[in-house]
Design a protein around this ligand. Structure first.
Ligand SMILES: *[C@@H]1O[C@H](CO)[C@@H](O)[C@H](O)[C@H]1NC(C)=O
Ligand SMILES: *[C@@H]1O[C@H](CO)[C@@H](O)[C@H](O)[C@H]1NC(C)=O
Ligand SMILES: *[C@@H]1O[C@H](CO)[C@@H](O)[C@H](O)[C@H]1NC(C)=O
Length: 312
């Protein structure tokens, strides 16, 4: 009798969750997000690709678990992984956005995300710094970046009027928006930028993205935050993850509002991933894919990252 009750009870809940799914409100409270690896500058045995641990902690801090997305896998392998995870983050770094294995994998996930989202299968994509540059290349199909003097500086965001009603910022506390607009809370580590002039001159980018913030290096105005109009695709030229988790450069901000910026950005993206119902075929496959199978190395004495995951 007890068993039957449990069975009925669980059936009841399955029916309820199904009903919620059909109304499009089902929320996945166990989101698993892929973080794309990239090639290391000088490979050595066991160290051919890496992920900075700050991206992992960033997503974990908002209630996600992380799966490393290895480079040099086949499209078929990426497609299987795509159906198992609830979003993907393309990190910053130094890989080529034209010819690297990082670029190739990002292109495959971008295409899969466009297809899935077009069919109502929610799948968010985030690009940070290099990942942002990669997204703008994938959308425009063109190399549009310009050199800027922004390789190690924290800046306030110059919000556009569109930011007010944006999905990304609309639920941010008013006082944090004020701080973001007036204090240097966003860390920039890039030598290339997408100027607002080039953005405006490219029809594909203009149609696809809304600019939420801009910045300038004193000479050139560039796009610093975007969200896509019709897709859950987002990018920042700056680094939301560094404020709370990287201490390797003096220009990384750590004030209370800088840390809140990290967490509100993470909260936003992980909430987007909660709208995805992708799932690993089994718990065992999920466990085997998680980043917990790897150990980060302390690299803060000689790199920009306190901790780094290395892969073969
Ligand atoms: C990825 O493939 C490229 C080209 O085949 C190769 O040069 C590189 O070493 C591979 N990297 C890894 C991490 O397997
Ligand atoms: C680059 O920007 C820094 C401030 O971030 C400034 O001190 C430096 O003079 C600038 N360099 C050039 C070449 O404009
Ligand atoms: C902010 O952006 C607007 C629109 O491009 C520009 O007119 C203004 O000068 C910018 N403000 C700062 C502080 O850069």
């Amino acid at each position: 009798m007890k068993l039957v009750c449990v069975a009925l009870f669980s059936l009841f809940f399955q029916i309820i969750s199904f009903a919620v799914v059909s109304e499009g409100q089902k929320i996945n409270d166990s989101p698993v997000i892929g973080v794309l690896a990239q090639e290391v500058y000088s490979p050595s045995p066991g160290k051919n690709a890496y992920i900075a641990a700050s991206y992992v902690k960033y997503l974990e801090s908002a209630g996600a678990r992380v799966v490393p997305v290895m480079i040099n896998r086949t499209e078929e392998e990426y497609t299987i992984l795509f159906r198992s995870i609830n979003g993907i983050l393309f990190p910053g770094g130094g890989a080529s956005i034209f010819s690297s294995s990082y670029a190739k994998a990002a292109g495959i996930f971008y295409k899969l995300a466009l297809e899935a989202n077009s069919k109502g299968d929610y799948f968010p994509v985030w690009g940070t710094c290099l990942g942002f540059e990669q997204l703008t290349l994938l959308t425009s199909g063109k190399s549009l970046l310009s050199r800027t003097n922004t390789s190690g500086v924290a800046l306030p965001l110059n919000f556009t009027k569109e930011s007010k009603d944006s999905r990304m910022f609309k639920d941010f506390p008013e006082d944090l928006m004020t701080s973001l607009a007036n204090e240097p809370l966003t860390e920039n580590s890039h030598q290339w930028s997408l100027t607002t002039a080039r953005f405006s001159g490219n029809e594909k980018l203009r149609k696809f993205y809304q600019i939420l913030s801009t910045n300038t290096d004193g000479q050139t105005e560039f796009v610093s935050t975007v969200e896509a109009n019709d897709f859950p695709i987002y990018g920042t030229q700056w680094h939301p993850e560094k404020n709370a988790f990287e201490w390797t450069h003096v220009y990384i901000p750590h004030s209370p509002d800088a840390i809140r910026t990290t967490f509100y950005m993470a909260h936003f993206f992980v909430n987007e991933a909660r709208k995805s119902l992708h799932k690993f075929p089994s718990q065992k496959e999920e466990q085997n894919a998680l980043i917990y199978n790897y150990q980060p190395t302390y690299t803060g004495k000689k790199s920009s990252f306190e901790q780094t995951y290395y892969f073969d």
